[in-house]
Design a protein around this ligand. Structure first.
Ligand SMILES: [Zn+2]
Length: 93
C-alpha cells in the first residue's frame, strides 16, 4: 500500500518550494529593465483617456498608440509588451 498522505505532503512541500523560488525570480526580474518591454521615465505621463498617471505607452486594439493607465491598458491595450506592442513605464528614482 502506498502511503497517500505522506505522498501528498511531499507534493505540497514541493509546491511551496516552487512558490518561494518564483517569488525570488520575480523580484530579480523587477530589478532589471526588460529590453523593449519597459522604459524608464523621470515622470509618469497622463493617461490619454482618463488623465490618471499612465503606466504604459502602448499600442491600442484600435491601432493608435497612447499613454494608458493600468485600467485603460487592460481595456484598450493590445495585451502584449515588446517592440511594436507597448512598453511599461517605470519611474526612475
Ligand atoms: Zn486611464
Amino acid at each position: 500500500m502506498v502511503d497517500v498522505k505522506k505522498h501528498m505532503n511531499i507534493i505540497d512541500t514541493d509546491k511551496k518550494i516552487k512558490k518561494i523560488l518564483n517569488v525570488k525570480t520575480n523580484n530579480v526580474l523587477k530589478q532589471e529593465i526588460k529590453k523593449g518591454e519597459e522604459v524608464l521615465v523621470s515622470e509618469l505621463p497622463k493617461c490619454d483617456i482618463c488623465g490618471e498617471k499612465a503606466k504604459y505607452d502602448s499600442k491600442t486594439k484600435s491601432g493608435p498608440w497612447g499613454y494608458l493607465c493600468e485600467k485603460h491598458y487592460e481595456e484598450y491595450g493590445v495585451g502584449k509588451l515588446g517592440v511594436g506592442f507597448g512598453q511599461k513605464l517605470i519611474l526612475r528614482e
